[in-house]
Design a protein. Structure first.
Length: 179
């Protein structure tokens, strides 16, 4: 019991004072953004869920781009906070990211890239993965398998998006040089 109380006190102190090397009241210096990303999600019956889905999808995009070799700085923007007008903006209109009736994880979205030099429609991107549930129809292992399938479907579609953005030539910073 004493160790639990001590752990609670340490976690409260850590959350209160943080572990950053910056003095209180000072923010970390911001890196310049090379590519802004706006993820539009179809409305649901829970408005806060839309924001969570958009944020998770942005993190999947960020991971996929980093794994493919993108070295620039990505930032998520919203309709209410559109970001800088002089920076390239990748707009993603997420149509579906779900499990269908037969057990496939599907990710479908359209994308467009807007820069000061022009705008380009990147088309429709799709990714599909089969859900292989190992722990039966219900349960925690089913949730884990479903999350993996949804992530795999998104990664498949985002790999196509990475190629389209890199090949467009509208974003020059962060992408590896063509061979």
């Amino acid at each position: 019991m004493k160790s639990l109380v001590a752990l609670l006190c340490v976690s409260v102190a850590f959350a209160t004072f943080g572990c950053a090397n910056f003095p209180p009241g000072k923010d970390k210096p911001a890196k310049p953004v090379d590519l802004q990303v706006l993820v539009n999600v179809p409305p649901t019956w829970r408005p806060f869920l839309d924001d969570d889905v958009a944020e998770e999808f942005f993190y999947r995009l960020q991971d996929t781009f980093r794994l493919r070799g993108y070295t620039g700085e990505l930032a998520q923007v919203t309709v209410l906070d559109p970001g800088a007008k002089d920076r390239p903006t990748l707009t993603i209109n997420l149509s579906e990211w779900r499990l269908d009736r037969i057990g496939n994880a599907q990710c479908t979205f359209s994308a467009s890239l807007t820069t000061p030099a022009g705008e380009k429609n990147l088309g429709l991107k799709m990714g599909t993965t089969m859900l292989w549930a190992h722990g039966g129809r219900w349960g925690l292992s089913r949730s884990y398998d479903a999350a993996n399938a949804l992530e795999s479907a998104a990664a498949d579609a985002l790999n196509d998006l990475y190629r389209a953005v890199a090949d467009s030539g509208l974003v020059t910073k962060g992408f590896p040089a063509k061979k």
